[in-house]
Design a protein around this ligand. Structure first.
Ligand code: FAD
Length: 279
């Protein structure tokens, strides 16, 4: 399959400050849009904590004529609040969603009621019919709370059977984990695309923290190499671009349906990787 036919998308998070939002909308999104991704997506904070900022960023990107997918979860909301948000998105010309269970916001002591993503997919289909193209999350290295590898795949199938169109994976650096996962998904009858989520290496300390929480493994050789660079940020960045370019190239050459970049709201290194791949 030629690389150009494979889907590329990019993810942002809603910035906390006006300056951050302005930079995202006026610099980062236009620069990455120039590369021609199919759409952007915008995350939704745990427990609905970014309801307004996600909506604001999504609306501004859509007004600029760019296809965009808000992430959505029930969080602590009731059905009416989620239905009203769906109507707002629909009225603003949004045609995609990333449907998630989300995580418990820190500080709530785990008391919040968690609604599985499959229930959200069902709810969206019931409320909005086929209006939205729905993506869900998938975990090649297994969701940290999953009872087992197999049950996690069965629940992914449940989300897709409930009406999601495709899935985007948690980031990974072990390419074998992704292709083995695709084989296991196919074996239980999943025939919808599972796009590879890719995290360029920007801030290594943050990446290590995310990885501890999400169960996404950073291979030992990558940690060792980066640690050896010490404070030499230029070398860390160059190494990160090289490793992630190779990962993406292998994915595209081996028939992955596409790549979703977790950009961390930065133009580089996603743009550099894009260019290296000749996309
Ligand atoms: P679910 O699919 O509901 O699964 C959650 C866990 O429950 C899994 O362990 C699963 O095996 C298990 N499970 C599922 N269904 C059942 C069932 N019926 N009975 C028993 N167990 C079940 N988080 C955010 O807060 N905001 C975001 O914007 C965001 N975007 C993301 C985008 C992508 C592409 C990915 C991969 C993750 C994202 N996350 C986001 C993180 C995500 O919210 C967490 O990983 C969360 O813990 C699980 O969400 P989920 O939608 O995968 O949950």
């Amino acid at each position: 399959m030629a690389a150009q036919q494979q889907r590329i998308s990019c993810e942002f998070f809603p910035p906390k400050t006006e300056a951050g939002t302005s930079k995202l909308l006026n610099e980062v999104a236009p620069a990455l849009n120039a590369l021609g991704p199919e759409f952007f997506s915008v995350t939704y904070g745990a427990g609905g904590s970014t309801r307004d900022t996600t909506l604001g960023v999504v609306s501004a990107i859509r007004e600029a004529g760019i296809d965009v997918a808000p992430h959505l979860s029930f969080g602590g909301d009731d059905e009416n609040a989620v239905a009203s948000l769906l109507e707002t998105y629909q009225s603003r010309g949004i045609r995609r969603l990333v449907a998630l269970r989300g995580d418990v916001p820190s500080g709530t002591g785990g008391a919040a009621h968690m609604v599985y993503a499959s229930e959200l997919v069902e709810f969206v289909r019931k409320r909005s019919g086929d209006h939205f193209e729905i993506e869900v999350a998938a975990y090649p290295e297994t969701h940290p709370e999953a009872k087992s590898y197999d049950s996690d795949i069965r629940y992914l199938k449940a989300k897709l059977d409930a009406g999601a169109n495709s899935a985007i994976t948690q980031y990974f650096y072990n390419v074998e984990a992704y292709f083995y996962f695709l084989d296991q998904c196919a074996a239980i009858g999943i025939d919808k695309p599972i796009y590879a989520g890719i995290m360029p290496i920007t801030n290594f300390a943050n990446l290590q923290r995310f990885s501890r929480n999400s169960g996404a493994e950073i291979p030992r050789w990558i940690c060792q190499r980066i640690e050896a660079f010490g404070d030499d940020q230029d070398s860390i960045k160059a190494f990160g671009v090289e490793v992630v370019t190779q990962l993406c190239q292998t994915l595209l050459d081996s028939g992955a349906p596409g790549i979703h970049f977790y950009t961390m709201n930065q133009v580089e290194p996603t743009r550099e990787i894009y260019n290296n791949l000749g996309l």
